[in-house]
Write a protein that binds this ligand. Structure first.
Ligand code: NAD
Ligand code: DAU
Length: 335
């Protein structure tokens, strides 16, 4: 069987690097990664894998035009992704997330190339703690932060390029991921590596905020299902029904799994404009494509967290060199 030639943008980042592994395991893809290697990208995340790697910027029309025609599908992960960074300086987010997506769409338009856009639940804004609704494919967009506003903008471009120019696209909006290779600026790896480095976990504000946590492998299996069986022009919500734990409870679980007093953490300054709750209704994906998450409910999340803790314990060389600088940056904003 012929392999599908896949261009993965942002494949040296957290979700992209896990995706490349997952896709290679199927034996159905020949992969090129295009990644700028920003502070969030790491070539070592792809070490030993049989892929082609191009260091470059998705905003560079020349590089994009050179790569897209020799691929059957583009899977677009590349983005600036951290909300706290977007509050300090939004400009890189506008460039990578909006201009970068535009350049890729233009190349896919010229060459009639299939495009899958990786997006986020944050485009929908947030929900009250007692709101019974969950985000669905038809929930109106109401992004809160510069990061989520740029992701919402990129989703809009993708929809417009599909409708106006017939570019064969799909979009997925996923909830908060956790797992190996996640940058230690993010909530779960920050707390795990704080404990491993002898520092206290740091909770923003009251900790009542709820994220619908999903293991990165469950997210990537859903992306593969959409690529292989999804309907062109459609959007799919990806979520694992884990919106039953708030940030305070996540910190307590991490402490327990790491053999510490559950309440041994610090309250730090809250994030301005902090979204309160995300919750996903992934019934369309489950019904149409038969996808099921593996790490679901309280036990599944504990298992996923335990595995993730083990990974960071075993990969100190991967994260330790960055730890001091990441914490110094947080200290500047009292976080
Ligand atoms: P990440 O920050 O770990 O990795 C981003 C990658 O993109 C890095 O390798 C970086 O070098 C690369 N990149 C950034 N700008 C680039 C540019 N201009 N050109 C080429 N490469 C560039 O991000 P992640 O957490 O793996 O997220 C990947 C995608 O998934 C993003 O689009 C994000 O919005 C989306 N997403 C993330 C989550 C989550 O919980 N992390 C949830 C839903 C959706
Ligand atoms: O919802 C999907 C989104 O999830 C993705 O689109 C983003 O790219 C990804 O970064 C993530 O965004 P969040 O802002 O939700 O994730 P973060 O890991 O930064 O924070 C998760 C929650 O934990 C949030 O409520 C803020 C809180 N937090 C975060 C940090 C870093 C803390 O309480 N303490 C911390 O130290």
């Amino acid at each position: 069987m012929l392999e599908t030639r896949m261009l993965v943008t942002g494949g040296a980042g957290f979700i992209g690097a896990n995706f490349v592994r997952r896709a290679l395991d199927t034996g159905r893809y020949r992969i090129t990664v295009l990644d700028k290697l920003t502070y969030a990208g790491n070539r070592a995340n792809l070490a030993g894998l049989n892929i082609d790697f191009v260091q470059g910027d998705i905003c560079d029309a020349g590089i994009v035009e050179k790569l897209v025609p020799s691929h059957d599908v583009v899977v677009h992960f590349a983005a600036e992704t951290h909300n706290d960074n977007s509050l300090k300086d939004p400009s890189p987010f506008l460039r990578a997330n909006v201009e970068g997506t535009f350049q890729l769409l233009e190349a896919c338009r010229r060459h009639d190339t299939r495009f899958h856009h990786i997006s986020t639940d944050e485009v929908f804004g947030d929900l009250a703690l007692d709101d019974p609704q969950r985000f669905r494919e038809d929930t109106p967009y109401q992004p809160s932060s510069p990061y989520s506003a740029t992701k919402a903008s990129s989703d809009m471009l993708v929809r417009a390029w599909c409708r106006s120019f017939g570019v064969p696209v799909t979009i997925s909006n996923c909830s908060n991921n956790y797992g190996p290779y996640q940058h230690i600026e993010k909530f779960i790896p920050r707390q795990i590596t704080n404990v491993l480095a002898g520092l206290s976990p740091k909770l923003y504000g009251s900790g009542e905020h709820v994220r619908d946590w999903i293991h990165v492998d469950d997210h990537n299996d859903a992306v593969l299902a959409i690529l292989e069986r999804g309907r062109v022009g459609e959007t799919y919500i990806i979520g694992a029904d884990n919106d039953h734990v708030n940030n305070l409870q996540v910190i307590r679980i991490i402490n327990e799994l790491m053999g510490r007093d559950a309440n041994d953490f610090e309250h730090v300054a809250d994030r301005p404009g902090h979204d309160l709750r995300y919750a996903m209704d992934s019934s369309k994906l489950r019904r149409e494509l038969g996808w099921q998450p593996r790490f679901t409910d309280q036990n599944g999340m504990r298992e996923g967290l335990a595995q993730t803790i083990e990974w960071y314990r075993e990969h100190q060389n991967w994260w330790l060199p960055q730890k001091q600088a990441v914490e110094a940056k947080y200290a500047e904003s009292g976080q």
